[in-house]
Design a protein around this ligand. Structure first.
Ligand code: HEC
Length: 128
């Protein structure tokens, strides 16, 4: 009697495990099919390092860094320099006109910020 009760309990346990495992083993399929998309977005995050600066003197870079890290800041800067070259008579300038070095620190020359503000003001005036 005692033995058959044990057997029954064991059967019950197996049944319970099967009930729990069945729905669990059914879920990985849809989960797996969505996994690549999740991975891709995680990769993007890894590829977009935060800006080196944590304090900003310009709204442009501050905003770009907040929205898309250093990649966005670089994009904004390139756009800014292109606009300056096209619109202002600044000559053949490039990143090193204001930066002593580029990634990852983008350290500025002494007059880097002054120059930036100057170009920015001129560009805004030209847009009007
Ligand atoms: C007219 C001067 C000037 C030029 C030219 C310039 N920059 Fe900058 N850049 C600045 C200033 C000023 C800052 C700091 C902005 C702030 O503190 O808000 C800065 C900041 C940056 C940052 C943020 C870095 C960080 O992680 O903190 C990046 C990236 C950057 N510049 C890239 C470039 C690239 C790429 C070029 C060339 C296409 C370039 N800059 C040309 C003035 C300039």
């Amino acid at each position: 009697m005692k033995r058959s009760l044990t057997a029954l309990l064991a059967l019950g346990a197996i049944a319970a495990v099967a009930l729990v495992v069945a729905p669990l083993s059914a879920t990985p399929l849809p989960a797996r099919s969505t996994a690549p998309t999740v991975d891709v977005s995680l990769d993007d995050d890894e590829d977009a390092p935060a800006c080196h600066r944590t304090e900003f003197d310009t709204e442009m870079v501050k905003k770009a860094c907040a929205e898309g890290g250093q990649f966005a800041a670089k994009r904004a800067m390139k756009h800014f320099v292109r606009a300056a070259k096209k619109t202002l008579s600044v000559g053949n300038v490039d990143c090193k006109t204001c930066h002593t070095g580029l990634a990852p620190e983008y350290a500025l020359k002494d007059d880097g910020l002054t120059r930036f503000n100057d170009w920015k003001k001129q560009l805004e005036a030209a847009e009007k």
